[in-house]
Design a protein around this ligand. Structure first.
Ligand code: GTP
Ligand code: ZN
Ligand code: ZN
Ligand code: ZN
Length: 315
């Protein structure tokens, strides 16, 4: 997972910029959504993990060289990651601290979704596999039947939020700056700007990245991982955490299959090797192939969330 990304630079559209926020956070933080009592330390940002050190240093840290020297594994230590200057134990402590704070925010978000009876789906994939295209299509197909809202995460632009708003659905942009994933705290702030409906769906489009978003619970009911057929059938094996964390995999861009040598069966088998409980659908955001099954999957879960909210109120 990502220990040292610049998550302190996030801005939620409509809120103060992160720099202003970090300077005045204690005083001006609007937590009227009754979520999280927390100490804020998100004025920080650090460099991302780069392996740009020349390889003539003394080995005071661990990574393993393969038998023949052909593999240098920086993830072989207990932290599963290598950061120059930090011991494995220290990285594990930092990760635990970041994730336990994240999990507290995620619990608050989840409680809010449950109270409102809304279904939240965290859409994760590598850049360009078709998250926004799929959401635009799904919103157009579903908007007469379901209330849909969207939180859009990316590093810099509002392009995707604008594509979503063109459908008429409300969308809040979160820019993560150098950060390579959304976290539950950012999502909690975006939720302050959204009106969730019972039986409705909140799509959260995560930052395009098959690695870091796997580690962060946003309070969603399910992670939905998109993989496109142009990316290669070995991606679930190369990036197993993401496929292990997801409950549904959509294999997108199926309309391109006639032009490729992509082996759908091998890809699905690789995904199931990593996560035997993963549900899979082969779809195309362009042609609409396979999407009826995705919509049925969503509608069943949205109806369940609505029923659950009624029960929570009664109880
Ligand atoms: N042929 C084909 N192209 C697709 C399909 N889905 C998306 N695309 C194209 O793939 C490109 C990237 O799609 P986006 O929806 O922007 O991908 P994304 O995952 O939102 O990208 P990031 O937000 O940058 O991570 C666009 O040119 C889309 O038109 C599909 O099912 N078939
Ligand atoms: Zn990272
Ligand atoms: Zn997108
Ligand atoms: Zn906050």
């Amino acid at each position: 997972m990502c220990t040292v990304c610049g998550c302190g630079t996030a801005t939620v559209e409509g809120e103060k910029k992160a720099t202003e926020q970090s300077q005045s956070h204690d005083r001006h933080h609007r937590h009227d959504h009754d979520h999280h009592s927390h100490d804020h330390d998100h004025g920080h940002s650090h460099d991302h993990h780069h392996y740009d050190h020349a390889h003539h240093h003394p080995h005071d840290h661990d990574h393993t060289h393969g038998e023949g020297g052909e593999v240098i594994d920086f993830g072989a230590g207990i932290a599963g990651v290598h950061v120059p200057g930090l011991s494995q134990e220290r990285i594990v402590r930092i990760e635990r601290d970041i994730l336990s704070k994240n999990d507290a925010y995620a619990r608050d978000n989840r409680a809010l979704f449950a109270a409102k009876g809304a279904l939240a789906l965290n859409i994760v994939s590598s850049p360009g596999s078709g998250k926004t295209a799929l959401l635009v299509r799904a919103i157009n197909d579903l908007k007469d039947r379901l209330a849909v809202a969207v939180i859009e995460g990316d590093q810099q632009t509002s392009n995707d939020a604008e594509r979503i708003r063109a459908t008429g659905a409300p969308a809040i942009q979160i820019n993560t700056g150098k950060g390579c994933h959304l976290d539950a705290h950012m999502v909690g702030h975006a939720l302050e700007e959204l009106d969730l409906r019972a039986g409705g769906v909140l799509f959260i489009e995560n930052v395009g990245n098959l690695v870091c978003p796997a580690a962060f619970d946003l309070g969603e009911a399910h992670k939905v991982v998109l993989l496109s057929v142009t990316e290669g059938e070995d991606k679930p094996l190369k990036y197993p955490d993401m496929f292990a964390a997801a409950d549904l995999m959509l294999l997108n861009k199926a309309d391109l299959l006639p032009h490729l040598t992509f082996d759908v069966g091998a890809c699905l088998a690789n995904a199931l090797k990593v996560n035997p409980h993963l549900q899979t659908l082969v779809v195309s955001a362009t042609s609409g192939e396979g999407l009826a099954a995705f919509y049925a999957w969503i509608e069943a879960r949205a109806a369940h969330a609505k029923t659950h909210a009624g029960a929570a109120r009664a109880g």
